[in-house]
Design a protein around this ligand. Structure first.
Ligand SMILES: *[C@@H]1O[C@H](CO)[C@@H](O)[C@H](O)[C@H]1NC(C)=O
Length: 310
């Protein structure tokens, strides 16, 4: 039964097959797991009205997105209810002019989509994905590449048990923020992502109880790369940095352990370790790739892929 799949099994399944109903690995696999619309109603949508209707419907749905869907009222976030998988068919599904809002819900998967959500960052709060106060979220094989708008991904107000994997962040200022809370409760896994020429927050991980970052590829970042902010406990493993201003930074109250890091090109010095970070393998199984293989693996497989959902 897929619901009982371990993180390790789910990870293998995602590598091997084109299943639109894969389940999450990492912290999102804990406490009931992140299964999205598994075993629910399966629909294919190619227009805004149907996307909006099914995303906010009750009960588990696998919503397969075909082609480009343009959100009217640029910057709007479509609300996503609990137990949803929203997944692109093939490698060209695109949500433009808007994004997704995940507010006070649980068990949401967003995969294999390009999302661009324009807006004026000084006047609005438009993100490609914004999650507040929600649990069990998996963002995987997406491409966020909008130069305007607020954040590409903002996970806020105790949003927890999330995994962000195999995703490309490109062409943006405030890339990926986690936090906006005094509580130190959130737990997340961030792996095999490509932060490509972005500026700040790659990610900024503020007040996370556990932040596990591994096998990410960070290139040409002009602000800072992985940031253990506030009281975050961060374990960083086998991340490859190229031409990145401040590859790893940490606040005074953060715990930070980084191992297997490669820093090359015109990059700054990564922050020194502070204390001893938690051990991710106490929570779930995962496979660490060799750091020197990260550029080819991530360039080859991050972002939407034809074989993920057909
Ligand atoms: C989350 O939502 C619950 C229920 O609405 C509320 O009581 C709680 O204060 C919220 N937490 C945060 C951090 O916003």
């Amino acid at each position: 039964m897929r619901l009982a799949a371990t993180a390790a099994v789910a990870h293998l399944a995602s590598l091997a097959s084109a299943a639109c109903d894969d389940v999450a690995d990492g912290f999102a696999s804990l406490y009931g797991g992140t299964t999205g619309g598994l075993s629910g109603i399966e629909v294919v949508v190619n227009n805004l009205e149907n996307l909006r209707t099914y995303a906010s419907a009750e009960g588990p749905h696998i919503i397969k997105v075909e082609g480009t869907i343009t959100v009217d009222l640029a910057g709007k976030e479509l609300e996503v209810a609990s137990d949803k998988t929203i997944i692109g068919v093939g490698d060209s599904a695109h949500i433009e002019n808007g994004g997704f809002g995940i507010h006070g819900v649980s068990n949401v998967i967003i995969r294999n989509l390009r999302i661009t959500n324009p807006g004026d960052p000084d006047e609005s709060d438009h993100d490609c994905i914004q999650a507040d106060n929600s649990t069990n979220i998996w963002i995987d094989h997406c491409l966020f590449d909008d130069p305007s708008g607020d954040g590409l991904v903002d996970l806020r107000k105790d949003a927890t048990l999330f995994t962000v994997s195999n995703t490309i962040f490109r062409n943006h200022d405030k890339t990926f923020g986690i936090g906006w809370t005094e509580n130190v409760v959130a737990e997340g896994t961030i792996h095999h992502n490509w932060f490509d020429g972005t500026h700040q927050r790659n990610p900024s991980a503020d007040n996370l109880l556990h932040a596990h970052l591994y096998n990410n590829y960070v290139t040409g970042v002009t602000g800072y790369g992985h940031y253990a902010r506030g009281s975050t406990d961060a374990r960083i493993e086998n991340v490859y940095f190229v031409d990145t201003a401040d590859p790893i930074t940490a606040d005074e109250d953060a715990t930070l352990t980084s191992t297997g890091i490669i820093v090359e090109g015109d990059s700054g010095e990564p922050a020194a370790d502070q204390g001893e970070a938690f051990s991710p393998s106490d929570f779930y199984d995962y496979k660490l790739d060799a750091t020197e293989d990260v550029p080819s693996i991530v360039e080859g497989s991050a972002g939407p892929q034809a074989g993920i959902c057909s």
